[in-house]
Design a protein around this ligand. Structure first.
Ligand code: SAH
Length: 458
């Protein structure tokens, strides 16, 4: 085994989904952050584990053709954000496809077809949401990102994945905070006010939400700040305070207070208008979401008179954009504010034949059962599921199979849990269609996928 500080010459053969190049030396696997398949590098061992070593890239001896031809941004590599920023985009798409394929192979589903990764082609400025931690550097207020695996703030107001406008708002808020001597929260002592700056933009309306997450109930100069911000940025439609006094890694607390505007913004997605509350989930890549929903619609292939059961529905975007005015849509979502938005969104888009339930979609026997009853004939019901990364509860999968749901469209942000759940659906009698990966999160290690599951005729 190698020793710490030893210098290795490595040929990099692959990149894992954390963005680390992987090479081998004398049978030992070495991970090198910032290295790409095809690179030959000199790397220093910084950590020795039982079966592998972690190295720091010291010198690029031969640069891979898969390297991006220009740097995405100036932030140091330690900013944990976009782990694929040094990789050419076409190669990133290839890697993501192989990642999805690998997940299915590991789940014993090597025969499942994985399509090319679909993308809008835009890999900069695509995000419509940011949550920047506040910090103090040299007595000045900064916002940025936590250095990977730490809580040290790396100042960065111009992240390449965010719209340029967010940078302007960041700088405005920081200079106002300095001019008014606002304090910054310190995790060690639990003291100080400013914790996070949470921004959201409706891409197709231009409406922006500014939300300050604070360790307390109010800002010292609330109305002055509110007036200054709303005057400087006419696109800011609402200013909110979120109270988080807990010593926790969770960014948002439960309580919001609206300082200006209505307490939400709106966006137009797939031709429909949606209200988005700060506590509700909304796809971070607007154009990517339209692409994703289009693929989900193809796989759902709804026919006249069919009902849609939208599980993990958020503010109702998938159900409401796949359905037409007469389609019955029933949604289930755990965040109450999101359910309120979903109901409102259905009404404002003239979708009267809808019902939304608030609760745990894993609670198959009671809640999902109740929702399914509202769908009418289960044989004429298509189910869309879009769970968080941990995937579906086994009990929900069993329930859907027992009810003999004919068609299930699974939208997933985690290939591993998707593959695991698909394997279970297969054993319960479902055919697995092509998996279509969608690059909703270019330059990061994440990839979304959609797959249609159909019940084999019995
Ligand atoms: N389909 C929506 C939301 C997808 S994100 C869209 O495309 O915008 C996943 C959603 O599941 C989030 O809104 C989250 O609040 C919700 N959620 C998480 N756990 C849940 C659970 N156990 N039951 C129901 N909804 C849940």
């Amino acid at each position: 085994m190698f020793r710490k500080n030893e210098i290795l010459t490595l040929d990099i053969t692959e990149v894992n989904n954390l963005g680390c190049g992987v090479g081998k030396k004398d049978g030992v696997v070495a991970f090198v952050k910032g290295a790409v398949s095809g690179d030959r590098v000199e790397a220093k061992v910084i950590k020795v584990a039982k079966s592998f070593v972690v190295c720091r890239l010291e010198k690029l001896l031969v640069a891979s053709p898969y390297r991006a031809d220009k740097a995405l941004c100036d932030a140091p590599l330690s900013c944990g954000g976009c782990v694929h920023r040094h990789i050419a985009y076409a190669h990133e798409l290839d890697m993501k496809r192989r990642y999805v394929e690998g997940a299915f192979r590991k789940a014993g589903l090597a025969d499942v077809m994985v399509d090319e990764v679909r993308t809008t082609g835009v890999y900069c400025g695509y995000r419509n949401k940011a949550q920047y931690p506040f910090g103090k550097i040299g007595g000045r207020t900064v916002v940025g990102f936590y250095a990977e695996k730490t809580h040290k703030v790396i100042p960065c107001t111009d992240c390449a994945l965010q719209p340029a406008l967010f940078g302007e708002i960041c700088r405005f808020v920081c200079s106002f905070a300095d001019a008014h001597a606002w304090s910054v929260y310190d995790e060690e002592t639990g003291r100080g006010l400013l914790r996070h700056l949470y921004l959201r933009e409706g891409k197709n309306t231009g409406e922006v939400m500014v939300c300050l997450v604070v360790n307390g109930d109010r800002l010292p100069d609330e109305s002055e700040f509110s007036n200054a911000l709303m005057t400087r940025f006419v696109c800011v439609k609402t200013l909110m305070l979120n109270k988080n006094t807990k010593n926790t890694n969770v960014v948002l607390g439960r309580d919001y207070r609206t300082l200006a505007g209505e307490g939400y913004i709106e966006d137009i997605l797939c031709g429909k208008r949606f209200r988005i509350a700060p506590a509700a989930f909304y796809q971070v890549n607007h154009d990517g979401a339209e692409l994703l929903y289009g693929i989900a619609a193809e796989k759902a292939a709804l026919t006249q008179g069919e009902t849609l059961l939208d599980l993990y529905c958020g503010i109702g975007t998938i159900g409401l954009s796949l359905a037409d005015k007469d389609t019955r849509v029933v949604g289930v979502e755990i965040v109450e504010d999101a359910v309120v938005c979903a109901r409102e969104n259905a009404g404002r888009n003239g979708m009267e034949n809808t019902e939304f339930f608030c609760g745990d979609a894993g609670d198959a026997e009671s809640l999902v059962n109740e929702a399914l009853k509202k769908c009418g004939d289960p044989k004429r019901t298509t189910v869309v599921v879009d769970p968080p990364r941990k995937g579906l509860d086994a009990s929900l999968i069993r329930y859907l199979a027992e009810k003999q749901m004919k068609k299930i469209v699974y939208v997933s942000c985690d290939p591993d849990t998707l593959a695991r759940d698909c394997a279970m659906f297969r054993t319960l009698g479902y055919e697995i269609g092509n998996v279509t990966p969608v690059d909703m999160f270019p330059k990061t290690g994440h990839v979304e996928s959609v797959v249609g599951l159909t019940r084999r005729d019995i």
